[in-house]
Design a protein around this ligand. Structure first.
Ligand code: NAD
Ligand code: UD1
Length: 331
């Protein structure tokens, strides 16, 4: 298939482009490079030994998107492009709603115009809010307390409403848990701008000496050791989950959790990282981070049953691959 990958130079998008190319699909990337670099393209080509087509465009730009659909035979869209910093979304709500929701509408409209019937959307476990773990696809969604999370819930809704009146349209809403790690080549991975908000990039930067020590946000949650539990998933497993979703897509709306189903606490992750890489990660316990929930992990049987996909890489592999990329990334 010929797949339009929006946000394809970003962290998850670049790994997914490689997985698509390795599975024999062709890739057209559309990205405005607001949170990634064009060097990503070269790395995707180096790793996969396949060519890709790249358009530096903003996917909220209807004309630019239309131009791609008009001039290329597109079989499906994977829509990664989006702004993703939770804290920033509280500061800049309009920017987040505009970028993340309008891009979904523009792409869906282009699919309608050009008769493209396969759509895969990057959603997030954040749409479950503070539900009871494990999170199951059939649960009612709860408010997410921040504009970023609401843009995911709104995009899910828009795609669902559209699919409901366009029976030949198939859409997979993929709810990611916590993507971490990097490609085993060490060439591509997650390189957040400024001080990282997420745990794994913070840990790798502490290990490298770029940051002083990890601040563990709270040790009084009702969890195994009091620290927050999350379902960390290797980005390569996540990438393969997209290929499985695309290749097994049937008409209608399909929601899938992409996680491992296994919860890991902050302190467990730190210990796994130290052991996997034989390096120390100094930390201190500080107050809880506002908006955090105690536990978040997936019920994963639906993806296994319907897509034949499940995550294979363990936490040690995630820690090793994340550290290899950080070491190679000399900035
Ligand atoms: P990323 O920032 O690395 O990649 C997103 C890419 O989209 C970037 O390359 C950016 O330049 C591009 N982009 C943003 N707005 C655009 C626009 N209007 N037009 C064109 N390009 C645009 O982020 P990521 O971690 O790879 O996340 C990919 C998707 O997955 C996002 O939608 C994100 O919300 C979602 N997601 C990520 C996580 C996570 O922890 N990384 C978790 C759940 C969901
Ligand atoms: C965050 C986002 C969520 C998004 C997810 C994946 C918030 C409030 N939520 O969730 O919307 O879908 O990333 O991108 O930002 N931790 C520390 N110290 C740190 C960083 C994190 O102790 O420096 C802890 C957190 O309290 C949490 C765990 O580590 O218990 C994971 O945090 P993080 O990586 O930020 O992911 P989420 O909180 O799951």
């Amino acid at each position: 298939m010929n797949i339009l990958v929006t946000g394809g130079t970003g962290y998850i998008g670049s790994h997914t482009c490689i997985a698509l190319l390795e599975s024999g699909h062709s890739v057209i990337i559309a990205d405005n490079l607001s949170n990634s670099k064009s060097e990503s393209i070269k790395k995707i080509i180096d790793i996969s030994k396949k060519e890709v087509t790249f358009f530096e465009i903003d996917v909220t730009d209807e004309e630019a998107v239309d131009h791609i659909f008009r001039n290329h035979e597109i079989d499906g869209v994977i829509h990664f492009a989006g702004l993703k910093a939770v804290g920033e979304s509280v500061e800049k709500p309009l920017e987040y709603y505009y970028n993340n929701v309008v891009s979904t509408m523009v792409l869906t409209k282009a699919c309608q115009t050009y008769g493209v019937n396969r759509f895969v959307f990057s959603s997030s476990a954040t749409v479950y809010g503070d539900n009871t773990v494990p999170f199951v696809e059939t649960m009612s969604l709860l408010p997410t307390t921040n504009p970023y999370g609401e843009t995911k819930a709104m995009s899910e809704r828009i795609l669902t409403d559209f699919a409901n009146v366009n029976p030949s349209f198939s859409v997979s809403l993929l709810r990611y848990f916590n993507p971490v790690g990097a490609h085993e080549s060490g060439l591509i991975g997650e390189s957040p701008n400024g001080i990282p908000n997420n745990l794994m990039p913070y840990v790798t930067q502490v290990a490298k000496g770029k940051l002083h020590n990890l601040r563990v946000f709270g040790n009084d949650y009702p969890t195994i050791d009091g620290t927050g539990i999350r379902d960390y998933i290797h980005v390569l497993d996540l990438a393969e989950g997209h290929v499985a979703a695309l290749e097994n897509q049937t008409e209608g709306v399909h929601v899938y959790n992409l996680g491992t189903g296994k919860g890991t606490s902050v302190l467990e992750l730190v210990k796994a990282f130290e052991e996997a890489n034989d390096i120390e990660v100094p930390f201190e316990i500080v107050d809880r981070r506002p908006g955090d929930i105690a536990s978040c992990y997936a019920e994963t049987s639906k993806a296994k049953r319907e897509l034949g996909w499940s995550a294979k890489r363990d936490i040690v592999t995630m820690c090793r691959d994340a550290w290899r990329f950080e070491k190679n990334n000399m900035e």
